[in-house]
Design a protein around this ligand. Structure first.
Ligand code: FBP
Length: 277
């Protein structure tokens, strides 16, 4: 085996903490910033309530902003890998600025916090795409230097994007992200196993599916998760479908059964009916 320099070792060690046998269920928890506290049920608006649940569900990593990570560190540190989100935007901004993410943290913060990864969003196709792509390019370089995995949320979004689930635009967005040098890519479902397989094939690095708004019928979401896993995805990055579900602990476990054990959606759905003591 060839000797590796320290930053390559650091990146491999951290990536192996996030991806177990190359797969992961990552919990996305940046909604308090991107959408506001109205995304959370009233009895779950305290971030600690949800973090406790997803730690119990044994998710493979949690992606969140700096302040929430600092306020909850005692619940997850040393138990669940942490990915620091370093870009964002609020939904309060004027409509013409909704397609722009700005910097909310740094790779230095991630190193200081013992993070296992850094995440940021690019809206491919947005009028100010170049600012977001340039910011992510710098973040990726800093991550490479620090031995820190980078995960890019590759979202096609802009005036010429009619449908952000269109297989061809998703495939273009993920390929452009891979060309920037991201280690992990999070993107939208394209509607079928066959089309998502083409997204995975064109991306060269692990691709994970982004959850989206909560499906009322849990089985339908679990079927989508199975579809992307069959397409060769490395897993899922899910927020609302977990934290808005009747039982986030069981929902997290159901997702893990598909991603890590290849369970059928029907078998995973049975987990949701289990009673917890
Ligand atoms: P969800 O699974 O809840 O969609 O979370 C994934 C995510 O990318 C979050 O990280 C982010 O806050 C949100 O979706 C963005 O949603 P949108 O921009 O579509 O409102």
């Amino acid at each position: 085996m060839q000797r590796q320099v320290s930053s390559a070792v650091g990146k491999a060690a951290r990536l192996n903490r996030i991806l177990k046998n190359g797969k992961a269920v990552i919990f996305a928890f940046d909604h308090g910033f991107e959408h506001g506290p109205s995304d959370f049920q009233p009895d779950r608006v305290d971030a600690r309530t949800i973090i406790k649940m997803v730690v119990e569900a044994n998710v493979d990593a949690i992606m969140m902003n700096k302040g929430i990570a600092e306020a909850t560190w005692d619940l997850w540190a040393g138990k669940v890998p942490f990915i620091l989100k370093v870009t964002g935007k609020t939904s309060m901004r004027p409509p013409e600025l909704q397609l722009l993410q700005y910097k909310t943290g740094s790779v230095r913060d991630a190193v200081a916090m013992g993070a296992d990864g850094v995440a940021g969003t690019v809206y491919w196709g947005a009028p100010r795409e170049e600012e977001m792509a340039a910011a992510l390019s710098t973040i990726i370089s800093e991550c490479d230097f620090a031995g820190m995995p980078s995960m890019v949320l590759a979202y096609p979004r802009g005036p010429s994007i009619k449908n952000h689930n269109d297989p061809e635009v998703v495939r273009y967005a993920t390929r452009a992200t891979a060309e920037l040098g991201a280690d992990l890519i999070k993107t939208h479902y394209t509607g079928s196993t066959e089309s998502f397989r083409e997204v995975v094939r064109a991306s060269s690095v692990p691709v994970l599916m982004s959850g989206g708004t909560r499906e009322d019928v849990a089985l339908e979401f679990l079927e989508v998760v199975k579809s992307v896993m069959d397409a060769g995805a490395a897993g899922v990055v899910v927020g609302r479908n977990i934290f808005q579900s009747p039982d986030p602990v069981l929902f997290g476990k159901a997702l893990r059964s598909i991603v890590h054990e290849g369970a059928s959606p029907g078998k995973a759905a049975k987990i949701l009916a289990e009673k917890r003591g």
